[in-house]
Design a protein. Structure first.
Length: 171
């Protein structure tokens, strides 16, 4: 048994212990609840005062997009609209919901807005294309599309050895 830390209460109570045997609060249940309620009201009051004074809340703000990025996104949306609406991977008839950069924008930023570098894929194939080199290597049509504007980048990103590339493209 413990004594409540509230000088106005001072009643004995059985403390709630955490897994290590340490009391979670030094106040009885009623006083602990009242303290939490008072803290919540105080926080709400401070928030209302800040809003009345025109100050922003200390919460995380959503980052605003720059006008330059917004213009790029508009260009990408226009390109996506002009592309076929199904996944570009053969034998897949799912909707091509993702706009996929054949050469990733992180490694090849110069091709970020190039129409030849963009295709539509379903989410599953987009993830496979980005994450699994072996899957990417089987996509010879996409390799040829990239090689048409940057053969070195295509060889590097699709990770083709000379013998593999020539034998798979000729098929």
């Amino acid at each position: 048994m413990k004594l409540c830390k509230n000088p106005d209460c001072r009643k004995e109570f059985e403390p709630i212990l955490n897994g290590s045997g340490i009391a979670l609060s030094n106040y009885c249940r009623e006083c602990d609840y009242q303290r939490k309620l008072d803290r919540r009201i105080e926080q709400m009051g401070k928030r209302m005062v800040r809003e009345e004074q025109g100050l922003k809340s200390p919460k995380i703000e959503i980052n605003r997009m720059s006008e330059k990025q917004s213009a790029k996104n508009a260009q990408l949306a226009k390109i996506k609209k002009d592309l076929p609406s199904i996944c570009v991977i053969r034998e897949c008839n799912w909707a091509g919901v993702d706009l996929c950069h054949l050469l990733p924008k992180s490694l090849y930023p110069e091709y970020y807005l190039k129409k030849e570098n963009l295709v539509r894929m379903c989410r599953r194939h987009h993830n496979l294309f980005d994450d699994v080199v072996l899957f990417r290597q089987y996509q010879t049509d996409l390799f040829k599309q990239v090689a048409s504007f940057d053969e070195m980048a295509a060889n590097k990103y699709f990770n083709y050895a000379d013998d593999l590339r020539t034998s798979s493209i000729e098929k």
